[in-house]
Design a protein around this ligand. Structure first.
Ligand code: GLC
Length: 569
């Protein structure tokens, strides 16, 4: 782990100019089915999002990323796309999308949409045609259809597992099998096929022409598979959760974890992103691609953001690092070293729609452990401790130069729903693992807007597609707005300072004077101090406190599990 004395203190140099928006933007993830419901059916939709965009403008974020709202049978909550150029009636219409985009742009918010190129829905016109065609047909060539192994082809073509559990192959009535790294209703596309490549370049242009500012690329490390689809005995995972191994310790392992198998992170995938970079460049030079790529180590991830590929990649190594100052310092240093080496901005993220919210992870006995969902009978997080640490972690994150991602509701301090009845679960990962994984429903619960309204104001009719935990009344947006020290006002104040002080394009210089359990750094004129130890630490005399993640005692100390931003000039 980091030795405090021997490392250079300057980790990342500040920029004079702000550069492109995505180099420093705070991007807020909207999960449309759970953000706000305009129609009253209990499922969020695009008009609902539009009606609440003023909340995001007031919060002070720069951009919104919308999880999929395309036509889909919703076998994986919309990550199973049947038509990439239309809005599912559940979420509205293309006109609703245009209205959302216009309102967002009017409020100064950029809009990033989600692109799901690794697989389609089984209801996509291409897969329907493939299923109805003969083995060896042109229709089947767009997917990975193979003969099975065994005497009569009764065994899958190889030993790959689905990331959601069970085999990665499903058999069709004529005896062939098709590959699906996720659910059986999400067949993987064959990216060696020129029509597949052409189609997605066209889909990019369809949304670019409508005016979107960028794309989040789903499973960006998965599209190209090793030739011959060889057997592999390692472990595939999206979240790489629950084994408790520090991702940096695992980085050099050749097999086992880290998604280093023949289905992931193949060199050929980069040709696709070079082509997409050229598609975006034909617009105004202001559009961005962000990679969702669960690859390790960070030096492999940096390959996705080389100058002629994507603009950003999610930094899941940061999300997955234990709540331990030396480990976090190490991942922060490695993040800047690898991204700076290719001229890309570093990104930061703590929560999204695939992981237990950080307010819950940090309240576990092993803080920031990554269970694949939490349910009844599992260890329940300490909600107060989790919130305290989550606020501390978020202020640490927002003080770092680069671009930061927020997941809807974290600005309210929301915990997961950790005792959701299993019979209400909808995540295919829960069903495909026979319940061994609780899945991701707990972080996808409809947001609380008004403490006094039915369904906490999520839907005009009071309906919510998943029930909200009883404790969420205290987290509703309307009881936090204007209340000094509330989680919402703390995020808002942090974003005001971050913008005014240009922290996103600032630099990072360690300050090691506070000891091993404290992460302290200077970014322009702000000193960020996060105390991850168990004892209070003394703050520099005379420093003005700009912000803190919890009340300070007033004796010049910073308590445990607290972050403060200080003015150093
Ligand atoms: C990504 C999405 C996740 C989805 C999976 C399959 O990891 O974030 O929600 O289930 O891809 O599309």
């Amino acid at each position: 782990m980091t030795s405090l004395d021997t490392r250079s203190l300057l980790v990342h140099a500040p920029s004079d100019s702000d550069g492109e928006w995505w180099r420093h933007a705070v991007i807020y993830q909207v999960y449309p089915r759970s953000f706000a419901d305009g129609s009253g059916d209990g499922v969020g939709d695009l008009p609902g999002v539009t009606s609440r965009l003023d909340h995001l403008a007031a919060l002070g974020v720069d951009a919104v990323w919308l999880s999929p709202f395309y036509r889909s049978p919703q076998a994986d909550a919309g990550y199973d796309v049947a038509d990439y150029r239309d809005v599912d009636p559940l979420f509205g219409t293309l006109d609703d999308f245009d209205a959302l985009l216009a309102r967002a742009h009017g409020l100064g918010l950029r809009v990033v949409v989600d692109l799901v190129p690794n697989h389609t829905s089984d209801e996509h016109v291409w897969f329907r045609a493939a299923a109805a065609s003969a083995p060896g047909s042109a229709e089947r060539a767009r997917y990975h259809f193979r003969e099975g192994r065994g005497e009569s082809g009764e065994l899958p073509p190889n030993n790959w597992d689905s990331i959601f559990g069970g085999p990665a192959w499903t058999r069709v009535p004529d005896g062939q099998w098709y590959l699906h790294l996720f659910d059986s209703r999400q067949p993987d596309l064959n990216w060696e096929h020129p029509e597949v490549r052409a189609e997605f370049e066209d889909v990019l242009r369809f949304w670019l022409d409508r005016g979107v500012d960028g794309f989040r690329i789903d499973v960006a490390h998965g599209m190209v598979k090793a030739p011959g689809l060889p057997d592999w005995s390692g472990h595939v995972s999206m979240i790489d959760g629950s084994d408790g191994v520090d991702p940096l310790d695992r980085a050099d392992e050749v097999t086992g974890s880290g998604n280093q198998g023949p289905m992931f992170d193949q060199d050929g995938v980069h040709d696709i992103y070079r082509a997409w970079n050229r598609v975006l460049a034909a617009y105004d030079g202001d559009r961005a691609l962000v990679a969702e790529a669960w690859v390790e180590p960070l030096s492999r991830l940096a390959r996705y953001v080389r100058p002629d590929e994507m603009q950003q990649a999610f930094n899941f190594a940061f999300l997955a690092t234990p709540w331990h100052a030396p480990a976090l310092r190490e991942v922060i240093e490695a993040s800047y070293a690898t991204n700076d080496s290719v001229g890309a901005p570093t990104t930061w993220v703590m929560s999204n729609h695939d992981v237990v919210r950080h307010a819950s992870r940090l309240g576990l006995s092993e803080p920031n452990a990554r269970p694949n969902g939490i349910g009844r009978g599992d260890e329940q997080p300490d909600e107060q401790l989790g919130l305290r640490r989550a606020r501390s972690a978020s202020l640490l994150m927002l003080g770092l130069p680069g671009s930061a991602y927020l997941y809807q509701g974290e600005e309210l301090g929301l915990p997961d729903h950790t005792d959701l009845p299993d019979d209400l679960r909808q995540d295919p990962a829960y069903f495909r693992t026979g319940g061994a994984e609780r899945g991701r429903d707990g972080c996808r619960v409809p947001l609380p807007w008004e403490a006094g309204a039915p369904g906490l104001g999520f839907s005009p009719a009071g309906l919510t597609w998943l029930p909200q935990p009883a404790s969420w009344t205290a987290y509703a947006a309307d009881v936090q707005r204007g209340v000094p020290g509330s989680t919402y006002e703390t995020y808002r104040a942090a974003l005001v300072t971050r913008r005014a002080d240009r922290l996103g394009t600032g630099g990072l210089t360690w300050d090691h004077t506070f000891g091993d359990d404290v992460i302290a750094f200077r970014n322009r004129d702000v000193l960020v101090v996060a105390n991850l130890g168990s004892l209070p630490v003394a703050l520099p005399e005379g420093a003005a406190v700009l912000l803190s993640s919890a009340d300070l005692p007033g004796d010049g100390t910073l308590p445990a599990d607290t972050t403060a931003w200080l003015r150093t000039r």
